[in-house]
Design a protein around this ligand. Structure first.
Ligand code: ZN
Length: 345
């Protein structure tokens, strides 16, 4: 192994990312070194590429970006056990602290000291990644590298979809980006009766229909009230999964829910936005914010479902060598693609 590697770096404080040579990371006693094979481009990476306000105040210049990956363990620190060289793995990109109340209670995903690889710490868009062994998730044979590379966003989808019991329920998903589409697919897999997904972009709706057995609705052409009566739902949807960050979508969701309906919110609004709280109070709606993945319960459930027939592969619409990353980012920025997987081998 040469001690240099290719890595995609936020090399300058301006829009763009740059492929550079960096030293292969050195590992500590509790870390593993992973030879990265495939990575997924995330909406977060687009913010970093664009160098928007959030990225400027969060991401240090010079950082290796990327957090969605699959690869193979090629080196391990001396304290690591239970893993082996040559093992195929993905992993949780949130590096947690161990001292907060929530962390001490075993609710690792709620640790306020969490740092993200590819956002605060060196990331996975590189030939090699250092990761604490604690964060490693071994991949069974049933999960190949490209699915392994999208377990992070699939985990967001699974965490959101499993926030509430969906068995026999009618579910509304607002936002047909890759995570919304995968959440709709998970909702079907776990036994929701009807799943409706909305988006203003017809390309995304077409992709949703390809990936999952769902009813697609473009609110520009059809109201949710029409759909509710057309599908024979008595009083509306039981559960809403808000994946778009759109205030309009959230309002429409609240209107379309039954009394006592439940909403899981993963979409991030662009800033502060007005909410019709009295409507939410009078409809007795429960709202849950969703962040990341439960460590490691979401991973366990997600892998079990993939082994048991959950199929989200069609959400990957583009595959390309890492050196063609510019094409990948341009395609993502155009806004109609599904997941884009980069190959680092
Ligand atoms: Zn991501």
């Amino acid at each position: 192994m040469s001690n240099q590697m290719k890595a995609l770096v936020k090399a300058r404080p301006e829009p763009g990312l740059w492929m550079e040579h960096r030293p292969v990371p050195e590992i500590g006693p509790d870390d593993v070194l992973i030879r990265v094979r495939k990575t997924g481009i995330c909406g977060t990476d687009i913010h970093i590429w664009n160098w928007d306000e959030w990225a400027q105040k969060t991401v240090p210049v010079g950082l290796i970006v990327g957090h969605e990956f699959a690869g193979e363990i090629v080196d391990m620190g001396r304290q690591v056990d239970g893993l082996s060289i040559g093992q195929r793995v993905s992993g949780e990109g949130h590096l947690i602290g161990k001292t907060s109340r929530q962390s001490r209670a075993g609710k690792f995903h709620l640790d306020p000291a969490t740092r993200g690889i590819g956002v605060n710490e060196p990331g996975a868009f590189a030939e090699y990644l250092r990761l604490p062994a604690f964060n490693v998730v071994p991949l069974p044979d049933a999960i190949d590298d490209e699915i392994g590379a999208i377990l992070d966003p699939l985990g967001n989808a699974v965490h959101t979809a499993l926030s509430f019991d969906l068995v026999g329920e009618d579910v509304l998903v607002t936002g047909a980006g890759p995570i919304g589409i995968m959440a709709a697919s998970v909702a079907r897999h776990v036994g929701a009766r009807r799943v409706v997904i909305t988006d203003l972009n017809d390309d995304r709706l077409a992709l949703a229909a390809q990936v999952a057995d769902v009813v697609t609705v473009n609110p520009k052409r059809q109201s949710l009230a029409e759909i509710v009566s057309h599908l024979g739902m008595k009083e509306g949807f039981d559960v809403g999964l808000e994946m778009s960050g759109s205030q309009v979508a959230l309002d429409q969701m609240v209107e379309a829910l039954v009394m006592g309906g439940r909403i899981a919110l993963l979409g991030i609004p662009p800033g502060k936005s007005p909410v019709d709280w009295s409507r939410i109070v009078f409809k007795a709606i429960t709202i849950k914010g969703v962040y990341g993945r439960e460590i490691f319960e979401t991973w366990y459930k997600m892998i079990a479902m993939l082994e048991n027939g959950l199929d989200v592969r069609a959400v990957i619409t583009h595959r390309m060598p890492a050196d063609a990353f510019r094409d990948g980012f341009e395609t993502m920025r155009a806004g109609s693609s599904g997941k884009i997987v980069l190959d680092w081998t």
